[in-house]
Design a protein around this ligand. Sequence first.
Ligand SMILES: C[S@@+](CC[C@H](N)C(=O)[O-])C[C@H]1O[C@@H](n2cnc3c(N)ncnc32)[C@H](O)[C@@H]1O
Length: 277
Amino acid sequence: MPASRETIASAFNQRAGTYDGDDWHVRYAERLVELAAPTDGMRILDAATGTGFAAIAAARAAGPAGHVLGVDISDGMLTRARQSITSLGIATIDLIEADATALPDLADGAFDLILCSAGLLYLPVQTALREWRRLLKPGGLVGFSTMREGFPTAARLFREQAGRHGPTLDDPAGPLGTPSRCRRELHDAGLVPADIVTETIRFSRGDLAHAWQAHTQGAHHDALAALTPEQTETFRAEYTGTLADLLDSDEDGVLDAQVIYAFGRRPSHSEDPFRRI
Ligand SMILES: C[S@@+](CC[C@H](N)C(=O)[O-])C[C@H]1O[C@@H](n2cnc3c(N)ncnc32)[C@H](O)[C@@H]1O
């Protein structure tokens, strides 16, 4: 069963204090913005903005005439975003606490670009993409990032070991985890698939130091609540031990994750199959 919005918001409220300590998050978000290549004066929506990494990079690219709206359901993450934006003195970002898949107060065609970095795995994909299609100008671009199915390796290992202790955990990257699935989802939402870029992102060793905490507090892993304290402790010792061994050798490339950056465009009026006549 997918996690509820309340569960997701509460998981990210708990993680908000340490989220920015994982250095791959910022690199992952900034790469999405780099590939989207916002230009001066653009109006940009950063859906599931979290602590604002993509919003900040996009605001810098769009310059003083541009504007970024960051939307998230976690007030803890938004508080961190607000602190960063204030300390950087950026005046062109607004933040709202809202569900990024339903923004009825925003007008059709309000944005040139909509970004969602590392967020779609928490959202109903078609509901989100269709809402963002509505919010894009004809010809506007949506770009999102996702892990390839089975990545990151440390998360796959966590699920495999959890399975031996009881709960079966699905791969949250599964639904969007290949370029063809990304293309299909964009197409089904009435968007024209554009670039789909696959790359490898390298975690630092420090990123994986939080792996147990990130996975056990993760919004996708509430099935772990069924484990007894003894089972949890056995699992924790096994997982952190295996991960430390893999990190020592790095022979399975545990630090490398394959990621996808997918882009689609809202069709122009004349080519729009969803257009009401
Ligand atoms: C992994 S974080 C990514 C944050 C940021 N985009 C980044 O790249 O670092 C996922 C974010 O999605 C947010 N989120 C999950 N469901 C959401 C929803 N329905 N509407 C808005 N934000 C949501 C969470 O609160 C969390 O901040």
